[in-house]
Design a binder for this molecule. Structure first.
Ligand code: DP6
Length: 344
């Protein structure tokens, strides 16, 4: 009997310049390059065991055996590594999601980044992080960026081989993020479906692609200069443009709810009242994320909780890139999970 084991942790990330649209659905090649901030507070731990006594791949999330459909997604992902390395055995995958229920944050980014690193570790695959991100990409595009910490760019590339993420800056210059978790239910339109519909039907879409490239160039310059306000302005404008493409799709749709708009109003009000820079961005769901200075976070949170329930206001500092865990770390992680720590 032979077993090959790998365990890894990856943090979630929030895009400041959004990935929105694929030019190749099968290879997960994006229409535009994107840039994100990795968050310290939310992560996924994953253990992969290739085991020659297994007769099929098995996937457990938060100790629950997953449906055949979920299982198949994981199997297909593992197949990429099996094809690359010649590995022939099946694997058991165990994942623990440490995303507080209230955060309502999509976990596919941290999930596939952790799975990619755990699988590569189990199989002894010696490739660079950048190259590993081309594997992660095939699970979920945004997961490319979760392999790295701080500000991370996913370069759209010219082919599957060079559409990869790389770190830009460790974001250790007074950066924070507030999450306004107005709705924690499952999203109604998956990002995958929403972006495809938008690419196909929004007359604004070509303009999105064009201006996202310009936004990316400018935000990288602003990050290099540590110009927080410029980074924030570009973040807010880019996110709004992404959502404008959904409103202009045919038929139109939106990820926002009345609570989203209320939370956006609260951000505008609080930044005006306090005179502090704070910039919002939304993803394929109703929650609002606010980029701010870490040193302003407490005052902003106090201001925001005058408008929103306290339990909806969460905070995070920038996080590090994905890393491998030891067996002892994994035991500890399971302990934290079963004590009902921060997870859903
Ligand atoms: C709005 O990475 O979830 O959050 O590649 O189809 O799995 P797939 O999509 P996904 O899309 C994320 C979209 C976004 C913006 C972003 O994270 O860049």
């Amino acid at each position: 009997m032979s077993k090959k084991v790998g365990i890894a942790r990856a943090h979630t990330n929030i895009a400041l310049i959004k990935y929105w649209g694929k030019r190749d659905k099968d290879l997960f090649l994006p229409m535009n390059s994107s840039l994100s901030l990795t968050l310290d507070a939310f992560y996924t731990d994953t253990k992969v065991v290739f085991d020659d006594s297994l007769t099929a791949d098995e996937f457990y999330l938060n100790h629950q055996k997953q449906s055949e459909k979920e299982n198949q997604k994981i199997s297909q992902f593992l197949n990429l590594f099996r094809e690359y390395t010649g590995e022939r055995t099946y694997a058991r995958v165990d994942s623990l999601n440490f995303v507080p229920t209230a955060a309502g944050l999509a976990s596919s980014a941290s999930a596939f980044a952790a799975l990619a690193l755990a699988t590569a570790t189990a199989l002894g695959l010696e490739i660079s992080r950048e190259e590993l991100s081309t594997f992660a990409r095939r699970g979920s595009g945004s997961s490319t960026r979760s392999l790295f910490g701080g500000f991370v760019e996913w370069d759209m590339g010219t082919s599957s081989a060079d559409s990869m993420a790389h770190p830009i800056d460790d974001a250790s210059w007074d950066i924070g993020m507030i999450i306004l978790a107005v709705d924690t239910g499952k999203k109604k339109i998956a990002s995958r479906v929403g972006m495809e519909h938008t690419v196909q039907t929004s007359p604004f879409y070509p303009m999105w692609v064009e201006t996202a490239a310009q936004d990316l160039k400018e935000i990288k310059a602003a990050i290099a200069q540590r110009d927080f306000e410029r980074v924030g302005q570009l973040t807010e404008h880019n996110g709004m443009k992404m959502h404008a493409t959904t409103l202009s799709a045919n038929p139109p749709f939106t990820y926002w709810t009345a609570d989203t708009v209320r939370a956006q109003d609260a951000v505008r009000q609080v930044r005006e009242d306090l005179g502090l820079p704070a910039y919002m961005t939304m993803d394929a769901g109703p929650n609002v994320k606010v980029l701010c200075r870490a040193s302003d976070m407490e005052r902003l949170v106090n201001g925001l909780t005058e408008y929103l329930p306290t339990e909806q206001v969460l905070t995070s500092l920038p996080g590090c890139g994905a890393y491998t865990l030891s067996d002892a770390d994994w035991q500890e992680s399971q302990g934290t999970f079963s004590r009902g720590g921060d997870h859903d």
